[in-house]
Design a protein around this ligand. Structure first.
Ligand SMILES: [Mg+2]
Ligand SMILES: [Zn+2]
Length: 235
């Protein structure tokens, strides 16, 4: 609930896996200086942001449970990604990381509901940010991303090398669409936006046509009735 007592308006988001999707996959790297946007990501973020989309990163970071780095290190990664996306005219509305792994070495060594392919992080993001999941997209480079996105009810796109064989995956792990990289994913999303806008415009035109036709019929009925009254009066 917002301060005016009304439920906030839910809006879609583009949920993104981090490694191998938004940025180049450098295993267990948390050094901002070594972070590079993945091929096609720059253009994709720019065009999607210009079309009004907001972004949310959803990532498995078992390096925390393995003791390779800390949640404070991840906060630096978050800040850097925020800066990269803002620099391209976009908004990183949220950064959600699962720090867990059952056979980790510290307090994060546990079974959780937030490690992809489970959809826990997506649901948390949706609650925090009022995301309309059915109108949202989840983009990632593995079947675990596709499975998490599907389980949360998002439309899904797989990018990267695994996308080539995604059609052979079992139903629950298969993405709705595949693309070479984020640039290709952006094209799919913008085409879907255009199709939705066209359908809405067709519905508006059709509604206007029906209203005019009803108005014409009632005008014709009234003039018939007037004509009948005149004929009756003359008789
Ligand atoms: Mg990945
Ligand atoms: Zn977790």
């Amino acid at each position: 609930m917002s301060s005016n007592g009304l439920a906030p308006q839910r809006r879609p988001a583009i949920l993104l896996d981090k490694d191998g999707t938004l940025i180049e996959d450098l295993p267990y790297n948390v050094d901002p200086r070594r972070i590079r946007l993945a091929p096609g990501a720059r253009e994709a973020i720019r065009t999607l942001a210009a079309a009004g989309h907001r972004f949310v990163v959803v990532t498995n970071q078992s390096g925390v449970a393995r003791g390779y780095f800390t949640e404070a290190d991840l906060a630096e990664v978050h800040a850097h990604l925020e800066w990269l996306i803002e620099d391209l005219g976009g908004t990183l509305a949220g950064f959600y990381a699962c720090p867990h792994l059952p056979d980790g070495v510290n307090e994060f060594a546990l079974e959780c509901d937030c490690r992809k392919p489970l959809p826990g992080l997506i649901h948390r993001a949706a609650r925090d940010l009022d995301i309309d999941l059915a109108e949202s997209w989840f983009i990632g480079d593995t079947w675990m991303d596709a499975a998490a996105g599907r389980a949360a009810g998002c439309r899904t796109i797989m990018v990267g090398p695994d996308a080539a064989t995604a059609h052979a995956l079992p139903e629950g792990r298969r993405p709705d669409h595949v693309a070479r990289d984020l640039r290709g994913a952006a094209r799919i999303i913008l085409a879907a936006d255009a199709a939705r806008d066209e359908a809405a415009e067709r519905a508006r035109v059709e509604a206007r046509r029906e209203r005019r036709s009803r108005e014409r019929q009632s005008r014709e009925r009234r003039s018939r009735e007037r004509a009948q009254r005149r004929t009756g009066a003359a008789a």
